[in-house]
Design a protein around this ligand. Structure first.
Ligand code: AHR
Length: 497
């Protein structure tokens, strides 16, 4: 099969905000405890943070990490996770049915983020709490000193403010599973009031309002919430997870088209509210929960235990292809999607897995680690407005699914072509005229493929599914040609003259 990509220097989508490569750590399962934090682990530092995990997080290059939830945040008292560790309360955690020890809180997490070369995206509890507690947390984190909460931070050993820039106004407040779930009007009002108090406390912060919990709930919620918060917030969130429970791989590989349509729909709702408000402000999007999530559904755990394994999806090769397609989709909307969080980062629906120290304490990369790492490494720059001609196929839900999914990003003296060939049977020869950019030569072609779509990495076999370098990509007279193997993820880096 053959496909063609058309790009031109005059046509761009926009510049990528690096925060599109964000991720998420929730107090859930083994994300925090036995994940990022495990005092006693041979690689743990003086604060108890695992060095092996930090090294892998740095390889991914995650500029922002959402915290502490997720559903968890909607019952959270942020004060529990501050100050003297020996005095912190253990609490029933109602979102996930566990016991929270509060050994880690914002005091520790902001320090971990610095070590990870990242920033905190802090969520406030608008489920069981309200604007005043949210405002107090902003004061604790960002006010220099001389007031009750800022002085509490200083007394806890942090003279300098944490300087947290991005704040989420609650989490999935439309979901009946959420503690303190709300109607759109109830949420819109409380979010607007919280936003005012938080910005009055620290004017330079940026705020994210909750969009709907998933594409199936999207529509009226966004419109009503935006009517209340439009003037007070900077971003609207989107959440969605994808899966292959029916083992329909061609259909699963097409799910990025559903993400594309979700982003377009939410953008249209934002612009509709902009119009009726006669506003000059553009609402940006924060796709702050996205990933594949279905493998772990229904796996039991011991109720009220501390940090049990929960949501530990073991990702296979086809999941990596889907994550690659989803990343390209986010990049192709970089004019509106400024932030996105792969949910989550360690152990819980995550690219990085760990064993608890008592079980050997190893740490390894799941299949989805690699497309994320590639996109984060090479996808920072200007996204080109590419048009494709590709053969298509039909799934149960979508009529014309192109076999080729691609995204081209130009950065310092390079163009990177990311591409997935969705075909399970045939290679795809791709051509792209890059002469107007002065394409000189192929720096490298990286690819991931596997005969077994269900192949996985494990602690014992961590390199079963990894990228390889090679391929036949070449530039002749400024024209790129490359073979994309059947069911493959590809990264073709081109040097510009
Ligand atoms: O990421 C796992 C959960 O998915 C989050 O806690 C919640 O926000 C979403 O439903």
């Amino acid at each position: 099969m053959k496909a063609k990509i058309t790009v031109h220097p005059a046509f761009t989508v926009g510049d990528v905000d690096p925060r599109i490569f964000g991720s998420f750590i929730e107090h859930l399962g083994r994300a925090v405890y036995h994940g990022i934090y495990e005092p006693g682990h041979p690689t743990a530092d003086e604060e108890g943070f695992r060095g092996d995990v930090l090294d892998m997080v740095k390889k991914l290059g995650v500029p922002i990490v959402r915290y502490p939830g997720g559903n968890f945040v909607s019952g959270y008292k942020w004060e529990d996770g501050t100050g003297d560790k020996s005095k912190r309360p253990r609490r029933l955690e109602l979102a996930w049915g566990t016991t929270e020890t509060n050994e880690v809180g914002i005091d520790e997490f902001q320090s971990w983020c610095k070590k990870a070369d990242s920033q905190v995206m802090m969520a406030v509890n608008l489920g069981t709490r309200g604007p005043e507690e949210a405002r107090q947390l902003v004061e604790y984190c960002n006010h220099p000193g001389g007031t009750e909460y800022s002085d509490r931070r200083r007394a806890n050993g942090f003279e300098e403010p944490f300087g947290i820039k991005v704040w989420c106004l609650g989490n999935e407040m439309d979901g009946p599973w959420q503690m303190g779930a709300k109607t759109a009007t109830e949420y819109g009002r409380i979010a607007a009031e919280a936003a005012k108090l938080m910005k009055w406390t620290a004017p330079s912060i940026e705020l994210v309002a909750c969009g709907s919990s998933n594409v199936g709930m999207c529509g009226d919620w966004e419109a009503e919430v935006l009517r209340h918060v439009y003037d007070h917030v900077d971003y609207l969130s989107l959440h969605n997870y994808y899966g292959n429970p029916e083992n329909d791989t061609p259909g699963f590989l097409a799910c990025s088209l559903e993400m594309d349509s979700f982003i377009r729909t939410v953008t249209a709702i934002c612009d509709y509210i902009k119009k009726i408000k006669r506003s000059r402000k553009t609402m940006y999007l924060s796709f702050d929960e996205w990933n594949v999530w279905f493998h772990s559904h229904g796996i039991p755990f011991e109720k009220w235990s501390v940090a049990p394994p929960q949501l530990e999806d073991i990702y296979n090769f086809e999941d990596a292809l889907v994550v690659g397609c989803l990343l390209m989709t986010l990049l192709k909307h970089c004019d509106r999607v400024k932030m996105a969080c792969l949910a989550q980062l360690v152990n819980v629906i995550a690219p990085i897995m760990t064993e608890n120290n008592e079980n050997g304490g190893r740490c390894w990369a799941q299949t989805i680690f690699y497309p994320f790492m590639h996109a984060s490494q090479y996808g920072r720059g200007t996204v080109l407005d590419a048009r494709i001609e590709s053969p298509t196929y039909e799934t149960r839900r979508i009529k014309d699914v192109p076999y080729l999914e691609t995204c081209c990003v130009k950065n310092d003296g390079e163009i990177t072509v990311f591409a997935v060939n969705r075909s399970l049977d045939e290679d795809l020869t791709v051509e792209c005229d890059l002469s107007a950019f002065g394409a000189d030569s192929v720096i490298e072609q990286l690819f991931m493929t596997n005969d077994d779509m269900k192949a996985i990495n494990t602690a014992d076999n961590p390199d079963n599914v990894v990228p390889e370098a090679g391929g036949d990509a070449k530039i002749e007279n400024g024209v790129l040609t490359a073979t994309l193997g059947k069911h493959s993820w590809n990264v073709i880096r081109i040097k510009l003259a």
